[in-house]
Design a protein around this ligand. Structure first.
Ligand SMILES: *Cc1c(COP(=O)(O)O)cnc(C)c1O
Length: 419
């Protein structure tokens, strides 16, 4: 008789198999709700044909060719910034047109044709639309401040934000391929696109050279990959030569909003200065299109390590199933979910802000239910620029010098010795 000691009892092989099958049945139940929801969640891979149909229509409206579409400079030049064009593309109610016009007097907007095609597939008012098109809620919002992170008070040198002991941000541009309606730095998004002048970047580099504890430099903006190839080559090269800079990071939404930017020429530059970590911001599975996948694949081949920093946004991704599908789609294209940010109280964005409970409920439905690789860290940025603070559903219910009470992902309560 095959026996093993489990919880003090002896089981036959047959009994073991029976228990295992029972457990497998339970686990199957745990995923049933997701499987029922999954296929009706829009997804860039599954909806590629629909996106293509909108692309054809937009190319016709803009008088562009397939070659134009693949050219990121053409995409940038042809960003949609006029409500008339948007209305001709998707058809808009008179009131919506008036709202967009009203908001655009105060806040700028621009959408790359590529992202507009993805957006049209998701529909007017859909999850991509909310991220890209101005809403009247932006100007009626009286909550929040323009700089809740007090970035102006954490700038020890021009172009630099330093909030941590060993790493900092260089802010290289205010330009983006699409101006997110939930942008936390909308105060920097003026009427004109402006890259930092070379002397500001030089001053930032001088600061890094003079502070040998800085081992991690994050280039961001705006969108770091909207710099020219020549400027990126120069800046990455300068950082590469600083011995104490161990890793370079780029913050960019171009894989989401302008995947055409990821050219062989750009990849050849990135390949010269390892190690490079690139964090993007995919917020919805519809954004993970074949074009986005191709861009990620090229970046990976150039040696970059890819991560995602999603933002929890009401009406976009504040749903456990949507978030799970997003993270699964990202892992398929070799992007590791890194952070899920709780939306900050930035003026003009409060219509996006969820409760922290909603974020916790999403995290609760990820851990254990899916690959650990698909579980980002949920982060609240401490007001005042005091740093990213992780928040987690409670898995340690009690904690004393000799004992912990743990709660498993399935809500089993388990005492555990503290050492
Ligand atoms: C987010 C951020 C970083 C990077 O933080 P990690 O947790 O290391 O990803 C660095 N500096 C500033 C100012 C930041 O806001």
């Amino acid at each position: 008789m095959a026996t093993d000691r489990i919880n003090g009892s002896f089981l036959t092989a047959e009994e073991e198999r029976k228990q295992s099958l029972k457990r497998a049945g339970e686990l199957k139940q745990r995923i049933a709700d997701y499987l029922a929801a999954r296929d009706s969640i829009p997804c860039g891979r599954e909806w590629a044909d629909r996106i293509d149909a909108h692309k054809s229509k937009l190319l016709q409206l803009l008088g562009g060719t397939e070659d134009d579409w693949r050219n990121w400079r053409w995409q940038m030049k042809n960003r949609i910034t006029e409500v008339e064009l948007l209305a001709r593309f998707v058809g808009l109610a008179r009131q919506t047109i008036r709202d967009i016009e009203r908001v655009s007097r105060q806040y700028r907007w621009a959408i790359s044709p590529y992202y507009a095609a993805v957006m049209a597939a998701g529909g007017v008012g859909g999850p991509i639309w909310r991220q890209a098109v101005p809403s009247a809620a932006e100007i009626t919002d009286s909550h929040g401040s323009f700089d809740p992170m007090a970035e102006r008070l954490t700038a020890p040198a021009p172009g630099i934000t330093r909030r941590y002991p060993d790493r900092l941000i260089i802010n290289v541009t205010n330009q983006c391929a699409m101006y997110c309606r939930h942008c936390q730095r909308r105060r920097n998004i003026g009427e004109i696109d402006r890259h930092q002048p070379r002397r500001v970047l030089e001053a930032a580099l001088d600061y890094i050279r003079a502070n040998p504890e800085i081992r991690d430099v994050l280039i961001t903006g705006g969108d770091a990959l909207l710099l020219s190839d020549a400027t990126l080559d120069w800046l990455l090269g300068e950082l590469h030569r600083i011995e104490h800079v161990e890793i370079k990071r780029l913050g960019t939404r171009t894989p989401v909003t302008l995947p055409q930017r990821i050219t062989p020429e750009l990849c050849a530059i990135l390949d010269k200065y390892p190690p490079i970590y690139i964090n993007s911001q995919f917020n919805h599975p519809l954004e993970v299109t074949p074009e986005a996948a191709a861009a990620c694949s090229q970046l990976v081949k150039a040696g970059a390590v890819l991560g995602n920093q999603a933002v929890l946004l009401k009406g976009v991704n504040n749903d456990p199933h949507v978030m799970k599908k997003l993270n699964h789609e990202l892992l398929r294209v070799r992007v590791r979910p890194y952070y899920l940010f709780h939306a900050k109280a930035v003026r003009g964005t409060s219509h996006f802000i969820t409760s922290v409970d909603e974020g916790l409920a999403i995290m609760e439905k990820l851990r254990g239910y899916t690959s650990g690789l698909a579980v980002p860290t949920y982060i609240i940025n401490a007001p005042g620029g005091y740093g990213k603070t992780p928040v987690l559903p409670p898995y340690v219910l009690e904690h004393s010098p000799d004992k912990l009470i743990l709660r498993t992902w399935e809500n089993r309560i388990i005492p555990y010795p503290n050492g």
